[in-house]
Write a protein that binds this ligand. Structure first.
Ligand SMILES: Nc1nc2c(c(=O)[nH]1)N[C@H]1C(S)=C(S)[C@@H](COP(=O)(O)OP(=O)(O)OC[C@H]3O[C@@H](n4cnc5c(=O)[nH]c(N)nc54)[C@H](O)[C@@H]3O)O[C@H]1N2
Ligand SMILES: Nc1nc2c(c(=O)[nH]1)N[C@H]1C(S)=C(S)[C@@H](COP(=O)(O)OP(=O)(O)OC[C@H]3O[C@@H](n4cnc5c(=O)[nH]c(N)nc54)[C@H](O)[C@@H]3O)O[C@H]1N2
Ligand code: SF4
Ligand SMILES: [Mo]
Length: 589
């Protein structure tokens, strides 16, 4: 049976983000949501194994019936299973077809594989079990006004309880944020891979190896940065400049196309505080905040009272546009179900309506009746203050940056009549920070290539999926991202063949491809750092735990220092010593 395959966030997938080494994570990322009619057609039931095949490969999933989908459509929670069947073509934009794949569906006999098994086939090796951190039983401390280092909402009202060196409870956070604070999947010493086995090594050795590998590479790539502080990002950019490498961040696969749209037609943005105080019309388009930014509605939009909105959601109209009836769609005042990839046509139609040309439109546009669009255009035009929030349903589907460009042009048209703004629903807590620091230091928001000595930027060429997909990179540093879980298989297959260094406080699926994994203090939990909220407001993250681990800033500074010292020994000629070396004294780092 032929099917259309799309992928995205679920609450369970988000809760397990910091436990990707557990069976619970693999169980969630190997589910596929499917309409009951489709299950009936192939004679399968809930929990049965289904084989999805595409041009890139095949993978087994477990069936979960869902009437939120249109028949013929499959939804997969994002992770290693979805990406095992995804090709690495970005159509010159940097963002792969996460939301738009065609394939076939059949029944299967074998159960779904674990994440490690999927990556094993791509050349990875599963990480050793990490010890449970045990703390002393010293008294408990309560930290208030703690900032959550998970999503672009950067909620700053958490209350965190610490006892015996571990976080024991988190109040006010959503399920995603709490689980990050509570996760125990942490490494405490660097590990180096030796075939299928892992050895603990010292920090100094690990850092020296990283410096040597990067200095020796012809086409090194430094990727990630959304999960770390802006201070660390700035040091990363200096390393890239020093080694004439490419530095890219998660934007390229995420809201990079939003930035491309903004580069063409500008950004009618505002702070979230303005939305909270003024907005009477709120639209989420290709975005499902109930599962991706769970407190967005209660802190900034629909459910919160504002200075000019005394009665929270009674004063506001909530509209959702999506291809599925998501949990956000279910609580909306109006839900418009659009056919996949239909956004450009719908924004163009809305612009036509607002500028007085409704008569030229056909009866239905991308599955939405013309009358409904006339209603939506009127609602927006008559708003006192409107806020349009755009998700990656727009940037990872056909049209990409043109969808966002068209959305901005619609908002510009509305601003002839009223006040309307547009804000991309930025994903990671500091992905916006990457765009701030990258633009400030290189002139470009992501994908900055220093091979010519001066920065060069071309999405689709100097972006992570394209560089790895083409097999162009000969060494990679991964920090604050997890390609093992989140990039198309072809990219990981290439990572498996080159020296790869992972800097991450947690065990990640990218550990599977690491020659060396350097654990660090986690920003917002073990150390401070600056992050930029989705509306570009910088917020200082706090520290709640004492940690002996070096910070990202310290490890990167040391790598930069060694590179500048000319630490060009032949990393390729002699393998690094596997003896557990001394941990680097803090003062030296
Ligand atoms: N639980 C959880 N939360 C997260 C993350 C996580 O991994 N897990 N990651 C964070 C990150 S990195 C990001 S970028 C954000 C993303 O947050 P969202 O933007 O909410 O991400 P998705 O759920 O991937 O996609 C949003 C919606 O796009 C819809 N969609 C698919 N195709 C189309 C289309 O053609 N048109 C339209 N209009 N809609 C379409 C999907 O049905 C989906 O509901 O979430 C952040 N929060
Ligand atoms: N199939 C499918 N795949 C997708 C998507 C999809 O919709 N469908 N969405 C895509 C999108 S939008 C994105 S942004 C990517 C997700 O992008 P990724 O960046 O891969 O997302 P995470 O798994 O959250 O990775 C963040 C990493 O940062 C680490 N980290 C946390 N705190 C710190 C810290 O203080 N320091 C350091 N050094 N590291 C830290 C975490 O342990 C984790 O390994 O996935 C993409 N992949
Ligand atoms: S909404 Fe985002 S920032 Fe706020 S608590 Fe949840 S994960 Fe953390
Ligand atoms: Mo993202």
């Amino acid at each position: 049976m032929r099917v259309f395959i799309t992928s995205g966030r679920t609450i369970t997938q988000g809760r397990e983000l910091y436990r990707k080494d557990t069976p619970a994570y693999s169980r969630e990322t190997s589910r596929c949501f499917i309409h009951p009619f489709d299950l009936l057609e192939i004679g399968a039931e809930e929990g049965d194994s289904l084989l999805l095949s595409t041009v890139a490969g095949e993978e087994v999933f477990s069936a979960t019936p869902s009437e939120d989908l249109v028949p013929g459509t499959i939804f997969i929670p994002c992770g290693p299973h979805a990406n095992a069947i995804l090709h690495a073509d970005t159509h010159g934009t940097g963002a792969p077809d996460y939301k738009w794949l065609e394939g076939t569906l059949a029944r299967a006999d074998m159960p779904p594989r674990s994440g490690w098994e999927v990556l094993g086939e791509q050349g990875g090796a599963s990480c050793p079990q990490v010890p449970e951190p045990g703390g002393d039983e010293s008294g408990s401390t309560t930290f208030r006004d703690v900032v959550c280092p998970l999503c672009g909402c950067l909620c700053d009202d958490l209350v965190v309880q610490v006892r015996g060196g571990i976080v024991t409870s988190v109040d006010n956070a959503c399920a995603l944020g709490s689980e990050k604070f509570l996760s125990r999947s942490r490494l405490c010493t660097p590990i180096a891979r030796n075939g299928e086995a892992w050895t603990s090594i010292g920090f100094f050795e690990a850092i020296r190896y990283a410096a040597e590998v990067l200095a020796d590479a012809e086409r090194p790539l430094l990727f990630g940065w959304s999960g770390t502080s802006s201070e660390a990002q700035c040091i990363g950019i200096r390393i890239a400049e020093e080694i004439r490498g490419v530095i890219d961040n998660c934007s390229s696969i995420c809201h990079g196309p939003s930035i491309m749209g903004i580069q063409e037609v500008g950004h009618p943005g505002c702070s979230l505080g303005v939305v909270k105080n003024r907005a009477d019309v709120v639209i989420y388009w290709g975005s499902n905040p109930i599962e991706s930014h769970p407190r967005h509605l209660s802190r900034y939009t629909t459910y919160v009272n504002g200075r000019y909105r005394d009665n929270g959601h009674q004063d506001r109209t909530l509209v959702v546009v999506d291809i599925r009836k998501t949990d956000t769609a279910k609580i909306a005042d109006e839900f418009l179900q659009i056919t996949p990839g239909g956004d450009y046509a719908v924004f163009s139609s809305l612009r036509a309506i607002v500028s007085g040309h409704a008569d030229v439109l056909p009866q239905t546009i991308a599955g939405i009746p013309r009358e409904r669009l006339i209603w939506l255009a009127d609602l927006c035009k008559n708003a006192q203050f409107g806020a349009l929030f755009t998700g990656i349903g727009l940037t990872q589907s056909p049209g990409r940056y043109k969808n966002v460009r068209s959305a901005i042009e619609f908002v510009a048209e509305l601003n002839r009549h009223t006040k309307f703004t547009l804000t991309p629903m930025r994903g990671h807590w500091n992905v916006n920070g990457t765009n701030q620091t990258f633009t400030y230091l290189t002139g470009f928001p992501y994908g900055a290539d220093f091979s010519r000595g001066t920065p060069y930027y071309n999405p689709g060429e100097t972006t992570v999926v394209d560089l790895l997909g083409r097999g162009e990179v000969d060494a990679c540093l991964i920090i604050g991202a997890d390609p093992g879980a989140h990039l198309p298989r072809r990219c990981n297959e290439h990572l498996a063949t080159i020296p790869t260094i992972v800097i991450d406080p947690f065990v990640s699926l990218s550990t599977a491809f690491a020659d060396v994994h350097i654990p660090v203090a986690c920003v917002g939990i073990d150390c401070e750092g600056t992050g930029y909220r989705m509306d570009s407001i910088p917020i200082r993250l706090r520290r709640v735990l004492d940690s002996d681990l070096p910070t990202d800033e310290e490890v990167l500074s040391q790598i930069l220092h060694l590179i500048r010292e000319g630490a060009r020994s032949c990393a390729t000629e002699h393998a690094i010593s596997r003896d557990a070396g001394e941990m680097m004294p803090r003062a030296l780092l």
